[in-house]
Write a protein that binds this ligand. Structure first.
Ligand SMILES: Nc1ncnc2c1ncn2[C@@H]1O[C@H](COP(=O)(O)OP(=O)(O)OC[C@H]2O[C@@H]([n+]3cccc(C(=O)O)c3)[C@H](O)[C@@H]2O)[C@@H](O)[C@H]1O
Ligand SMILES: Nc1ncnc2c1ncn2[C@@H]1O[C@H](COP(=O)(O)OP(=O)(O)OP(=O)(O)O)[C@@H](O)[C@H]1O
Ligand SMILES: NC(=O)CC[C@H](N)C(=O)O
Length: 578
């Protein structure tokens, strides 16, 4: 029986940490070898980390990546390793090294370079021009890198037509809500269309605004899911591939060699021997391991926890501080931070003003107790009065307005930054996507912070995530009264968010249509929304681009986040909202 034991090492590598990444890779090579594995695969760019952005323009970075590759090659005794790195010829290539028994046998260059959304690969890399089939222990394997597999008549089809029985794709495919389902649908159809086993090894971990969700999978040649690794966690997924099954399926399925089929990719298919057939005594097949997918809210929550943990720890911070208002946003941020870092690393600062309801401090303290975090209380009245006194001469004969309101938010930002400087705690910003979209935030005030963990989470989803976490906890970890409160910035007496914004249940779908789906005002109105509300929302979004450019980075969880995904000019006369 022709079989291949494959290991997919979905590791959490760190951009530029060559020493740490090599250590992690070698540890997994050793584990795979001990498990009797024929081939172990690592994610796209596992050696330099992904995406390294303009570090790729530095030759010292490329050279360090090549030295790290040499160390991995030396550690590959008795096993085949497929690992992502940057190859340097005349130009740079996003590449997979195919290594066997201490030797670099071949290098595959990624053919399709994504250059949309958050990707900029054409800025750095040149595309490959060949898609070989590698013989590994007598099995024909087509190897490709991430975007290559997304084309239905791309390298996978070329390699299958050239005899590949297994398609191995190494990826760094970033997360957004629900993406795993579409990714699996695509991989399943790549398997059935080519009557080939498809093994997909994904990166896991947070890198600035991106989270890579892991969830590596293997589909058999009939499109059945035979292995799935955990989402958002490192794992070495080991599976036995029944390659004989591919031969039998192909005999019975005339579709796999479609005569005259027009292919998107016209690269030649060479044959390269990595290791010849091994005459092993027949091994018992490993049991199948299929981790179930997380349900919708759990998936987003886990992405936020992983993104927070990796940003804070990979940037060398031991702790964080959060302004606790007794509202739902800061409560969710504190809860995620505790799940990411542990309660001893999370600190709260309660800063009541003359306009704060006494309930706000009560709820904030209750949350801190439930989470087991330390919370300090520093009222802002003295500072606020001092500011107003200092400005009284300059501001005389003016009416109180947003100026006085924002001073409070700015005092709070200053106090948070003071504790950050003193104790080395990063300030976690608490703005959600609905606020970031509409500019309902104060520059140099509540916009302060090093990382904005819920900046891509709409307010209605903030509420759902709080309920999800309470259900997980089995009690009201986030007090129910906090979730049910009428949202208010408490910057003037009786202020409510709805004084300025539509109700969030109405605002969020309009924002989805405008920001994530790029619909125009007329199209959104045609969906049944009140024209004046649509125009107002669109106007708020368009005129607050300047604020977003000054806002901290945060975790992408939707198909289109603010930042690299949506690059709009600040200065523009194109204003559909008027
Ligand atoms: N194109 C441009 N490029 C660069 N800067 C520009 C600009 N347009 C205005 N500006 C500057 O921006 C300033 C206005 O921005 P800013 O000072 O922030 O003030 P502004 O946006 O007018 O007010 C903040 C709003 O957010 C609300 N808020 C505050 C705090 C917390 C929350 C909450 O829900 O958590 C909500 C608050 O009630 C108020 O409605 C202008 O004075 C001007 O200096
Ligand atoms: N009294 C306060 N004490 C501590 N921090 C505060 C206080 N008021 C506001 N903040 C900080 O400023 C952020 C802006 O919150 P604000 O209360 O103005 O409205 P919000 O966006 O609805 O947030 P939340 O739901 O957390 O209240 C809060 O999330 C919090 O971090
Ligand atoms: N790194 C890549 O090539 C990623 C592109 C791919 N389409 C994805 O998002 O999964």
């Amino acid at each position: 029986m022709k079989q291949l034991r494959i290991a997919l090492a979905q590791i959490n590598s760190t951009v530029g940490d060559f020493e740490g990444n090599v250590r992690l890779i070698i540890k997994n090579i050793d584990r795979a070898r001990n498990a009797g594995t024929d081939v172990v695969a690592f994610p796209e760019m596992a050696i330099p980390g992904y995406p390294p952005e303009d570090l790729l323009l530095k030759s010292s970075f490329i050279d360090a990546n090549l030295r790290a590759l040499d160390e991995v090659v030396a550690a590959s005794k008795g096993i085949t390793v497929v690992v992502g790195f940057v190859d340097k010829e005349e130009e740079l290539h996003n590449s997979a090294a195919i290594i066997h028994d201490g030797e670099l046998v071949s290098v595959y260059h990624k053919i399709y370079l994504p250059n949309y959304g958050v990707f900029d690969e054409k800025r750095y890399f040149h595309p490959g021009d060949s898609c070989p089939v590698y013989e590994i222990n007598g099995v024909n394997v087509g190897i490709s890198v991430c975007e290559d597999i997304w084309y239905d008549t791309g390298p996978a089809t070329v390699q299958a037509s050239g005899g590949a029985e297994v398609i191995l794709n190494i990826s760094a495919s970033p997360y957004h809500h629900g993406k795993h389902h579409s990714r699996e649908r695509m991989l399943g159809s790549r398997a059935t269309d080519n009557v080939a086993i498809v093994a997909f090894c994904n990166l896991v971990g947070g890198q600035d605004e991106l989270v890579f969700d892991g969830g590596s999978v293997i589909f058999d040649e009939q499109g059945n899911l035979i292995s799935r690794a955990k989402q958002f966690e490192e794992e070495l997924l080991i599976a036995d591939l029944d390659v004989e099954g591919v031969f039998h399926s192909r005999l019975q399925d005339p579709r796999w060699r479609k005569e005259g089929q027009k292919l998107e990719c016209d690269c030649p298919t060479d044959r390269i021997t990595v290791s010849a057939s091994r005459q092993d005594s027949l091994r018992a097949m490993l049991p199948k391991q299929v981790t179930p997918l997380l349900e919708s809210d759990a998936e987003v929550y886990k992405a936020l926890v992983l993104g927070t943990r990796d940003y804070i720890l990979k940037n060398g911070f031991g702790g964080v501080i959060i302004g606790l208002s007794g509202g739902v946003d800061s409560s969710l941020v504190a809860t995620i931070a505790v799940d990411a870092l542990g309660p001893e690393s999370v600190h709260g600062l309660i800063m009541p003003s003359r306009f704060s309801s006494p309930l706000s401090a009560e709820y904030a303290n209750k949350l801190a107790t439930n989470l087991g975090i330390k919370a300090f209380t520093v009222p802002i009245e003295m500072a606020y009065s001092a500011y107003l006194d200092s400005l009284s001469e300059v501001l005389c004969n003016t009416k109180p307005d947003v100026t006085e309101e924002n001073l409070q938010a700015r005092i709070r930002g200053t106090l948070l930054m003071a504790l950050s400087n003193k104790f080395g705690w990063m300030v976690l910003n608490t703005g959600n996507k609905s606020e970031v979209a509409t500019g309902y935030t104060t520059l140099y005030g509540d916009m302060a912070g090093g990382y904005a963990i819920i900046k891509d989470v709409p307010k209605t989803l903030v509420n759902r995530l709080c309920r999800y976490r309470n259900t997980q906890a089995g009690f009201d970890l986030i007090p129910e009264a906090v979730i049910n409160r009428i949202p208010s910035a408490e910057l003037r007496p009786g202020q409510k968010d709805t004084d300025t914004l539509p109700e969030y249940d109405l605002l969020d779908p309009i924002l989805l249509a405008y920001v994530e789906e790029d619909k125009g005002v007329e199209q959104i109105i045609a969906q049944g929304y009140e024209p004046s509300v649509v125009k107002k929302v669109v106007r708020l979004v368009d005129t607050s681009e300047y604020k977003r450019r000054q806002s901290p980075p945060g975790i992408k969880i939707t198909p289109k986040a603010f930042g690299r995904d949506r690059r709009e000019p600040i200065t523009s006369k194109f204003r559909e909202g008027g």
